[in-house]
Design a protein around this ligand. Structure first.
Ligand code: GCB
Length: 603
């Protein structure tokens, strides 16, 4: 658990230099890095770009599939004028676990490959000199870790990742590394929550700092005018005739905190926020008390060459594709994305269902690798797993809570909830996470096909339901798709009979589609079949009032492990991996640009 996860900023009191670029890189298959002194740095590795996953740069398969320990190292200069401030190295993501050394001294370790962590290096660095940072990373998968999987050892002694999930185990320093200075005893966290009306809005704020110094707060509009001020660690800011943050119509205020000692500013932190409320009421998802129908995608951070390495260029393109097609939301399936993704979404007015990497918590069906026939939550690994799971939810909420774009927290993808053994785990997790978010956003998780109104034992936990459903693809496919539709309707009729009092969002459905494959009449894998499957789902969505969102799987094709279920990855993208439209994109654009934002409101 991190103390604070504020995004780095530069001002008179704080500095931020990216340490991105080429690092030295080495595999450590014998787990002997420390005994060979690699924590002191090394020069005999290959040059590896950061941020990036190492996998797809290599031309030999042993390197691409490498599973185990590997090291990054880099020299960096710490200027003398940094003295007197706290010096930190902030890693955006090291997948999946890391140990950080500076000048040979172990600073800290961290587990969780999709969230940032900060190494406090003030006492380890030499000011006015070159320093060396070395990072040992491990990308093995285990059942007691997130995302869940196994690590197998082949007969030739090589290790291999066996994910219980359907995305490639891209590994490395996947996000930027920052060298930061912050004032001693400065601000380390803040949060806001809102009440909004047409004539007035209230921003409740609270700020955490290491000193007892006075705090001054100001709220600044997009025209650079101060619209409200406050004093103290907690308080309310009142805004007359506020510009609210609305879906696809975002307005961002700047909130600025100044820490004052003896009338002098000693620290400052400013961020962009949006004034809006979120609520689930009956079948409605309400933003600023108005009903919103979600349309958008499940996504992945995935692109050619750099794998899961965050690429601002790809993200810009993805945002433009989502705007073009008429989307207003996405799920950060299956892990929290780079912070810049949320900044984009804040600016564009796109809602995000933010998901923790609790994926693969199902032995039988979710793993294409032949999982065990037992309930996941019966396993003896759940005790350790729970601790890591909670820790990562805490950090995800700490990191992302101030983004207006974040609509809800997804605490699992497709856990095995059809067995009673899931219940105590869910009870504990939902209780432990209830008060983490000052905005109390809704919490949810996706229900796999096996977990229905009739079978799931965990339906009381989510504030609204996310359904992943694959009729027309994994069952009742091709010419049988009409039976798939009938089955889907039969399931939804059961929900309806239950007098369901929460909205359902379809968070996954789709068909693998080879771009350029055309066939009349359609066959599976053709562009025509993908459209027919979407049309089938859309007919169903239009028939039930409690369905309040549609997020087909996936925005774009993405890499998975190789196997007899996948032809060079998952091809359910509405766009190709290089972000060009399949025919289905034009179909969805037509539907989504016509659907009103408040589709089904009041029903
Ligand atoms: C799912 C998973 C997702 C897979 C998808 C598929 O249910 O949540 O990670 O990629 O199905 O295409 O099989």
């Amino acid at each position: 658990m991190e103390k604070g996860l504020l995004y780095p900023v530069i001002n008179n009191y704080r500095s931020d230099e990216k340490m991105d670029g080429l690092w030295n890189f080495k595999f450590d298959p014998a787990y002997e890095g420390e005994s060979k002194g690699w924590q002191n740095g090394f020069n005999d590795g290959v040059k590896m770009p950061v941020p990036a996953s190492f996998n797809d740069f290599f031309t030999d398969k042993d390197a691409r599939e490498y599973t185990g320990d590997f090291w990054y190292s880099k020299t960096f200069f710490v200027p003398e004028y940094f003295e007197g401030r706290d010096v930190q190295i902030r890693f955006g993501a090291a997948t999946h676990r890391a140990v950080v050394y500076v000048n040979g001294q172990e600073i800290r370790s961290h587990e969780g490959g999709f969230l940032p962590f900060t190494a406090e290096v003030t006492n380890a660095v030499k000011f006015g000199e070159e320093n060396i940072v070395s990072v040992k990373i491990n990308n093995e998968l285990h059942r007691d870790a997130l995302p869940a999987g196994d690590t197998a050892t082949l007969k030739n002694g090589k290790k291999m990742a066996k994910p219980f999930f359907d995305f490639y185990n891209y590994s490395g320093l996947n996000r930027s590394v920052h060298l930061l200075t912050v004032p001693k005893n400065g601000i380390y966290d803040y949060s806001t929550s809102y009440e909004v009306g047409d004539a007035e809005a209230t921003v409740h704020y609270s700020i955490q700092a290491d000193s007892g110094d006075d705090v001054k707060v100001s709220l600044i509009n997009e025209d650079d005018q101060i619209v409200a001020t406050g004093e103290g660690n907690t308080g309310d800011l009142k805004v007359d005739h506020p510009n609210l943050w609305n879906v696809r119509d975002a307005y961002l205020y700047t909130i600025k905190f100044e820490l004052m000692n003896d009338g002098k500013i000693v620290d400052e932190y400013a961020d962009q926020i949006g004034l809006r409320t979120i609520e689930i009421k009956g079948h409605e998802i309400l933003v600023n008390h108005k009903s919103v129908y979600l349309r958008g995608f499940g996504r992945h951070e995935d692109s050619i060459y750099a794998g899961r390495g965050f690429d601002l260029n790809v993200e810009r393109r993805d945002m433009n594709l989502m705007k073009w097609i008429g989307a207003n939301s996405f799920r950060s399936s299956h892990y929290p994305y780079d912070e810049q993704v949320y900044k984009f979404a804040d600016r564009e007015g796109i809602l995000v269902i933010d998901e923790v990497p609790a994926v693969g918590f199902k032995m039988a069906a979710a793993s294409f690798l032949g999982g065990l026939n037992q309930s996941f939550f019966d396993g003896d690994w759940t005790h350790e797993l729970y601790k890591k799971h909670l820790d990562q939810i805490i950090d995800m909420i700490k990191r992302d809570k101030n983004h207006p774009s974040v609509l809800a927290w997804s605490l699992f993808n497709e856990p095995d909830t059809s067995n009673e053994s899931a219940v105590p785990y869910f009870e504990k997790l939902f209780a432990a996470t209830a008060d983490l978010d000052p905005e109390k956003r809704p919490r949810t998780f996706t229900l796999n096909e096996d977990d229905t109104y009739e079978t799931s034992k965990c339906l009381k936990f989510p504030d609204f339901y996310l359904l992943n459903r694959y009729p027309g693809w994994y069952h009742k496919w091709g010419y049988e798709i009409s039976d798939g539709e009938a089955g889907l309707r039969a399931e939804l009729d059961e929900w309806q009979k239950s007098d369901i009092d929460k909205p359902i969002v379809f968070s996954e459905y789709g068909a693998d589609t080879e771009p350029g494959l055309h066939k009349l009449p359609s066959i599976m894998w053709s562009e025509e079949y993908q459209i027919e499957l979407l049309e089938m789902f859309d007919r169903v969505f239009d028939s039930y009032d409690f369905i309040r969102g549609e997020q087909p799987w996936n925005l774009a094709d993405f890499q998975t492990v190789e196997g007899n279920m996948r032809v060079n990855g998952n091809k359910k993208g509405i766009f190709t991996r290089d972000r060009q439209p399949k025919a289905a994109a034009f179909y969805l654009k037509k539907r989504w640009t016509k659907l009103p934002l408040n589709y089904k409101a009041g029903k």
